[in-house]
Design a protein around this ligand. Structure first.
Ligand SMILES: Cc1cc2nc3c(=O)[nH]c(=O)nc-3n(C[C@H](O)[C@H](O)[C@H](O)COP(=O)(O)OP(=O)(O)OC[C@H]3O[C@@H](n4cnc5c(N)ncnc54)[C@H](O)[C@@H]3O)c2cc1C
Length: 553
């Protein structure tokens, strides 16, 4: 860990308890997961012993209210915890995290009775699974075909259909199952049922015909589920009323996506730290390879990726917490999606980390091949990253139409108070995005608005995520309390400049590629953005020096 705990605490306004939780999980992972992650991956079965420890540590009930046996914490704490768990093993983090996903429907939307009945079981350690995806309905959640038909007694329903790629299916004892209760209404006729199933003694109507052999995250089990007249109870319809399942599914994703982002950071950090350790030890041409500037620059990029993504994930997590715990009306979909997008894509650096170790990292006896195999799923499950890009862009466009800017109100503080740690540069990135949006929504005679093109919408989503991550990191680096020129504010500034250059390049590409005349109107903003490159390498060298002078323990 290059940034010390005391600084990290200041950067993210953490309490002593939150910092302690992070440290507890870090120590736990180091002792209990890292030494046997390869073994857990090879075994390919649910990590029951880690699960028991997580129940003991309170992690399984972390987000659950104290009255229901939990710790009453939120997504921010979950993000800290899952970063640590995934640093040890993303498969383990997925298996454990799926309990939270599986219980989120009744945790967030259940009746008082449902919460009182089921949440204590989750906190105590009952394994849960979330059954939404079907062979013909992945990204298209509304396209599910599994149905639930009411029985004449009014008290029960029979579920028929097939679910696929369900984490923890077959080992879980509590399932949240999405099914159509009114197929005539399509997605609006979907409901979520809670079902208790003894995996050792399956009730009629439910089976798990296939366990998938996956590319990675093998410490989590993934199965198909077949329902053939599986009986569930009316009182177990989440929220007590049918046909709200689609909203529940979307609400669960809003709340849980930052957790996936945090796993991406944990994995990325693990790869970065392991590779950096190696680079300090490996001698070539008479020197430790970290002394070579080119290689060091690769490490600077990896480090920036981890820090920017973490700032984004913690920002998304805080917004989710505000909405859930303080009941604010803010729409968190884009922030949750940005957290997932940036966090999961940060784990792409597993490839660079492996590259920086040469042939050593290609060997299965090192952790790198598993890290590379594990990283890919983070960009796929809980909504593919293309879907995230779209969700981000749609909300940013909405904001722009309402307020004339897609940027969040917090940008003003970043541009002023944290100007020295990247805030001013982040504001410029948002200026480029706003100028692009202004052009994008214009309907020139005979031309479609650029926002009608999905490929451009996805680019806009990506641009917003870069800009927002740089704003969040600028604020965090500014809060560290170091003066201008210290490497922490420099980290924020370099990240913001790299992000701005990416945003400007995409803006130019979007506009020039579709409507070259539009580029002229945004030329002054793009020119201003290019100034981000001025002196960039001097600043990057400063970060390189930090990596050179701080060999990981
Ligand atoms: C290991 C693993 C664990 C999982 N765990 C769970 C779980 O516990 N519970 C659960 O319910 N689900 C789970 N899933 C399912 C997961 O959420 C889906 O796989 C994911 O949402 C993508 O759906 P899909 O696989 O059907 O891909 P598809 O939706 O078929 O997508 C294929 C490609 O098309 C793109 N695409 C799709 N629609 C559009 C569009 N409109 N425009 C442009 N491009 C589009 C996608 O981005 C993607 O690149 C899991 C999946 C895996 C692999």
């Amino acid at each position: 860990m290059i940034i010390q705990d005391s600084k990290f605490k200041k950067m993210y306004d953490l309490s002593e308890e939150q910092l302690m939780l992070r440290k507890t999980l870090r120590d736990y992972t180091e002792e209990n997961i890292v030494p046997r992650r390869e073994e857990l991956d090879k075994e390919g079965t649910y990590p029951h012993d880690v699960h028991a420890d997580m129940a003991e540590l309170g992690v399984l009930g972390m987000g659950i209210a104290e009255e229901h046996g939990g710790l009453g914490m939120g997504m921010l704490e979950a993000a800290l915890v899952y970063e640590e768990l995934a640093r040890g093993c993303t498969g383990v983090a997925t298996a454990i995290g799926a309990n939270s996903l599986g219980s989120d429907p009744f945790h967030l939307f259940g009746t008082a009775e449902q919460k009182a009945k089921y949440l204590p079981k989750i906190a105590e350690g009952t394994i849960a699974a979330y059954a939404l995806t079907e062979p013909n309905a992945g990204s298209d959640v509304g396209g599910i075909q599994t149905t639930a038909r009411p029985e004449a007694d009014g008290k029960t329903w029979k579920i028929t259909g097939q679910k696929t790629f369900i984490t923890n299916a077959g080992v879980a004892s509590i399932y949240t199952i999405f099914a159509l209760t009114d197929p005539s209404r399509g997605p609006r006729g979907m409901s979520c049922f809670i079902a208790e199933v003894d995996p050792e003694n399956l009730p009629p109507g439910i089976s798990f015909p296939k366990k998938f052999d996956k590319m990675g995250i093998n410490a989590s089990e993934t199965r198909e589920i077949l329902f053939d007249g599986f009986v569930v109870r009316t009182e177990d319809i989440v929220g007590g009323k049918p046909n709200r399942g689609f909203l529940h599914a979307m609400g669960v994703f809003d709340a849980s996506r930052p957790m996936i982002g945090s796993m991406g950071i944990g994995l990325a950090r693990s790869a970065f730290e392991e590779a950096l350790k190696y680079a300090h030890q490996r001698i070539q041409f008479g020197n430790p390879i970290i002394q070579y500037r080119g290689l060091r620059a690769m490490f600077v990029d990896m480090w920036l990726t981890v820090e920017g993504a973490r700032a984004m994930v913690l920002e998304g997590a805080r917004r989710v917490d505000r909405k859930i715990h303080q009941g604010t009306k803010e729409d968190v979909t884009a922030w949750s999606a940005m957290a997932k997008l940036m966090g999961s894509e940060a784990s792409r650096i597993t490839l660079d980390a492996l590259q920086s170790t040469g042939g050593f990292g290609y060997m299965n006896e090192t952790p790198f091949p598993k890290m590379v195999r594990d990283h890919k799923i983070l960009e796929i499950y809980e909504g593919t990253n293309q879907i995230q890009r779209e969700q981000i862009a749609l909300q940013v466009l909405k904001e722009f139409q309402k307020k004339g800017t897609g940027a969040p109100p917090e940008l003003e503080e970043a541009a002023g108070k944290f100007a020295f740690s990247g805030g001013k540069t982040a504001a410029l990135a948002w200026k480029v995005i706003d100028a692009t949006l202004e052009q994008a929504r214009r309907e020139e005679a005979g031309e479609e608005p650029l926002t009608a093109r999905q490929d451009l919408v996805w680019l806009l989503g990506e641009m917003a995520a870069f800009a927002e991550a740089s704003r969040a990191l600028a604020a965090a680096c500014g809060k560290a309390g170091e003066p201008e020129g210290h490497w922490i504010p420099v980290l924020g500034e370099v990240y913001a400049r790299e992000a701005l250059l990416k945003v400007a390049a995409r803006a130019e590409r979007v506009l020039r590629g579709v409507r070259p005349s539009a580029v002229e109107t945004v030329a002054p903003v793009l020119e201003e953005a290019r100034s981000a490159a001025n002196g960039l390498y001097t600043l990057r060298d400063k970060l390189g020096d930090v990596l050179l002078e701080n060999p990981p323990a």
